[in-house]
Design a protein around this ligand. Structure first.
Ligand SMILES: *Cc1c(COP(=O)(O)O)cnc(C)c1O
Length: 387
């Protein structure tokens, strides 16, 4: 069965009512008819539901669909993308280990890497997404994991997953990929050798800006370690959020197709606009990593980035001129969203620190939604015209 069909058809539980849509199992624990059944449920390799910190029919259904979509062996659902990121580090790394991350990863991930992992004696170093020829030299005898995000945020660089898979296999280190921006519809890093995949389900997996959630999928023995860590430390996804997210996965394929076709339309229409220095979209031949993008992605995804000639002031004016697009810190919604990192999310950093992570003064990132493509384009064009 195709993974797209599985994302629609996998159903863990029905009650005696035989409802068509999976019900919500709002329960913190599960009961037993007798002491023998209860003892069996607690036996080691048993997968019965015991307590919703460990598993629940709703969280199981969501993660089973994610495992199918990513082509993974197993998975665990978490309360947020960040709890997925943190749990994957804490369960698999120990004091004295070394982790290599690409430098352009999600902001809170950088905080975890810089502030929390060193507290536990885990060494972290960074490599540049656009200089893979330098990565091998960063590997040390104690390197245990390479952590990547592709496309990168907010610069939309594309990292060659096949290269990363071969490099990590050669040196026997784990490849952990945050696949949030591409989603499994657009890119499945396991096929290129990734051992673990992280998701913020808060973004396109929900796709409607309603709930927080996260997922970790990958090799069975690694997921077992992560499961044991999560079972004891408690970053479990709530059954309600899992119920929402599992329903959302049924439409992920059709939504991503429209997100990507809208984004491609906008990217082509805006490239070369007189207010814009450069525009990046992975499936435009002008993208510096176009050849890698078409090798490993099924479409260019839902994000476009461009640099305004007007710099900081131009970016601020652009946001203020928008009539329809939302100004919000989130992305991956049915509603198109514009952000100007230099004057908003990254305003506290110095210009030099921003440039070190490729945030130019005029950088605008658009999370392209599902509105009619002409309405999104019109709003952006009128906002550009009045800068
Ligand atoms: C949002 C995001 C996260 C964190 O996810 P939360 O659900 O907000 O905790 C991690 N990685 C990427 C790429 C993200 O965009």
């Amino acid at each position: 069965m195709d993974p797209i069909t599985k994302a629609i058809r996998i159903q863990t539980e029905r009650t005696n009512e035989m409802e068509h849509s999976t019900p919500l199992f709002l329960t913190s624990s599960f009961t037993y008819n007798n002491a023998e059944d209860m003892r069996a449920a607690f036996a080691d390799e048993n997968e019965d539901n015991i307590y919703s910190r460990f598993s629940n029919p709703n969280t199981t259904e969501f993660i089973d669909k994610m495992v199918a979509l990513e082509g993974a062996e197993a998975g665990f659902a978490t309360a947020s993308g960040m709890s997925a990121v943190f749990s994957s580090f804490m369960a698999l790394l120990k004091s004295g280990d070394h982790l290599i991350s690409c430098s352009s990863v999600f902001g809170s991930t950088v905080t975890v890497l810089n502030k929390y992992l060193p507290k536990f004696g885990i060494e972290v170093s960074y490599v540049a997404a656009d200089k893979p020829e330098e990565w091998e030299a960063a590997i040390k005898p104690n390197t245990k994991m390479l952590f990547l995000e592709t496309p990168t945020n907010p610069g939309l660089d594309i990292i060659d997953l096949e290269f990363a898979g071969q490099l990590t296999k050669k040196h026997n280190i784990l490849l952990n990929v945050d696949n949030c921006f591409a989603t499994p519809i657009c890119q499945t890093p396991i096929q290129f050798g990734a051992d673990l995949i992280i998701h913020s389900a808060t973004k396109w997996l929900d796709g409607q800006g309603r709930v927080l959630g996260g997922a970790i999928v990958g090799k069975k023995e690694l997921i077992h370690e992560i499961y044991l860590f999560c079972r004891s430390t408690g970053p479990a996804l709530s059954p309600f959020n899992a119920w929402i997210l599992s329903k959302s996965l049924e439409t992920l394929d059709v939504r991503m197709e429209r997100h990507a076709s809208n984004a491609f339309h906008l990217a082509k229409a805006l490239e070369g606009h007189e207010q814009i220095n450069w525009l990046k979209y992975p499936f435009l031949p002008s993208h510096p990593n176009y050849a890698i993008a078409i090798k490993q992605m099924k479409n260019g995804g839902a994000l476009i980035a461009f640099d305004l000639k007007g710099g900081i002031e131009g970016g601020r004016n652009f946001l203020n001129n928008l009539k329809m697009l939302s100004l919000t810190a989130n992305l991956g919604d049915t509603r198109s969203i514009a952000s100007h990192p230099a004057s908003t999310t990254h305003a506290k950093l110095s210009e030099a620190d921003r440039l070190a992570v490729n945030i130019t003064p005029g950088l605008i990132r658009i999370s392209v939604g599902l509105e009619h493509k002409d309405d999104i384009l019109q709003d952006i064009l009128q906002a550009l015209d009045q800068i």
